[in-house]
Design a protein around this ligand. Structure first.
Ligand code: TTP
Ligand code: MG
Length: 364
């Protein structure tokens, strides 16, 4: 059985929704699809004072961009559909998308409203698998939310993020380990994390325009100009980035274990045995840490990477192994009746609470 974090080579996905706010507006109002759509302030016939929050790709063809004054957008494209921001709706959609994404990851890092990093190292054997997993994620988001996203697959967060931006919208870009430097080299320095307009200008004055130029630059020269960030820029330009996908505190309040079958499984007894082993392992960790749990979620991934999660909460916290076993078996039943073979099963317990000071477990 593989545990979550003990893989040396990493495969990381970065998922970024395409023109997020305007894509939601298009979905809600199908009659505007195909037209330039701008979400942001009221243009007030060109006198409006706010900014463009985002716009669809049809509007971008007219030169419109996020952050642009709405009056400028109006000048460039007066015939666009101008929509006011509906933040509560976008937040709701964002939350649902994050739930979909989280279930595909060993470790998950929500990065703003419409993007996230997924460490999928233990879920896949190679980059081909990772690409298939990414395609499956894109498909699920499209199916559930009728929205497209772009995904980057790489060996670290930095390269994955740049890769997801490489072929937008509805893109999927895989950069294998060892190919990162060559992938980054022709890109403008602005594509690099933390390089904004001002740094881009300073680098340009030094003759550094592409990430490849940055990689070739003398590191002590970069340090003399940019301090410690100069060193970072140099490392990153070579495709090296050490920061790992880290769970936010809120999502860490759970404990899980999952297991991939050596060959996709169809035998009920084989699957139930593995489930039992996982229960045992989780239960040991629960007891060692003196915890109680209230929610159990099982995860099933079929051979084609289609992934389902299914959970149940008790009324009260418990630490009973038998309860864990019985509930996971019940939860997994519907998925065993499928004709499909199973690639992976997992269990996660959440709504954790310390058992300290808790004399009796009132459940069971
Ligand atoms: P982004 O992912 O930067 O942009 P996007 O999703 O609209 O377009 P892309 O296809 O290039 O990814 O930002 C996500 C959302 O955040 C965006 O839809 C609107 C909002 N946003 C702002 O409110 N202000 C801003 O300055 C930016 C850049 C985005
Ligand atoms: Mg986006």
């Amino acid at each position: 059985m593989t545990d979550f974090c003990d893989h040396e080579r990493r495969i990381v996905l970065h998922v970024d929704m395409d023109h997020f706010f305007s894509a939601i507006e298009e979905r809600e109002r199908p009659e505007i699809k195909g037209k330039p759509v701008v979400v942001g302030a009221d243009p007030e016939n060109g006198r409006g004072r706010g900014v463009v929050k985002t716009c669809n790709y049809e509007a971008r063809a007219f030169g419109l961009r996020s952050g642009m004054p709405i009056s400028k957008a109006w000048q460039l494209c007066p015939n666009a559909v101008y929509a006011r921001e509906n933040y509560p709706l976008y937040k709701e959609v964002s939350e649902r998308i994050m739930i979909i994404l989280r279930k595909y990851a060993d470790r998950f890092q929500n990065w703003g409203f419409d993007e996230a990093f997924l460490d999928v190292s233990s879920q896949v054997d190679n980059y081909e698998d990772a690409a298939q997993l990414a395609a499956c994620i894109k498909h699920e988001i499209l199916w559930q939310e009728r929205l497209t996203c772009s995904v980057g697959v790489a060996s670290n967060k930095l390269v994955a993020k740049i890769a997801s931006d490489f072929n937008k919208p509805d893109g999927l870009t895989v950069v294998r380990e060892g190919e990162a430097e060559a992938f980054l080299a022709p890109l403008p320095v602005r594509k690099m994390l933390w390089i904004g307009e001002k740094t881009e200008q300073r680098l340009k004055e030094m003759g550094i325009r592409t990430i490849g130029d940055l990689a070739k630059s003398d590191v002590s020269f970069l340090i003399s100009k940019f301090g410690v960030m100069g060193k970072r820029f140099h490392e990153w330009a070579h495709g090296n980035y050490v920061s790992e996908v880290s769970e936010s505190r809120r999502t860490r309040r759970s404990l899980g274990h999952e297991s991939t079958f050596a060959a996709d499984a169809s035998e009920r007894s084989q699957i139930l045995n593995r489930l039992n082993d996982i229960c045992q392992s989780i239960h040991e960790r629960i007891m060692k840490r003196n915890l109680l749990f209230k929610t159990i979620t099982v995860k099933i991934r079929y051979g084609d990477f289609e992934t389902h999660t299914h959970g149940r909460s008790f009324q009260l916290h418990t630490d009973k192994l038998e309860e864990l076993r019985k509930t996971t078996e019940e939860l997994v039943q519907p998925y065993l009746d499928s004709d499909k073979r199973i690639r992976l099963i997992g269990i996660r317990v959440s709504s954790l609470m310390s058992a300290k000071g808790q004399k009796t477990l009132t459940y069971l």
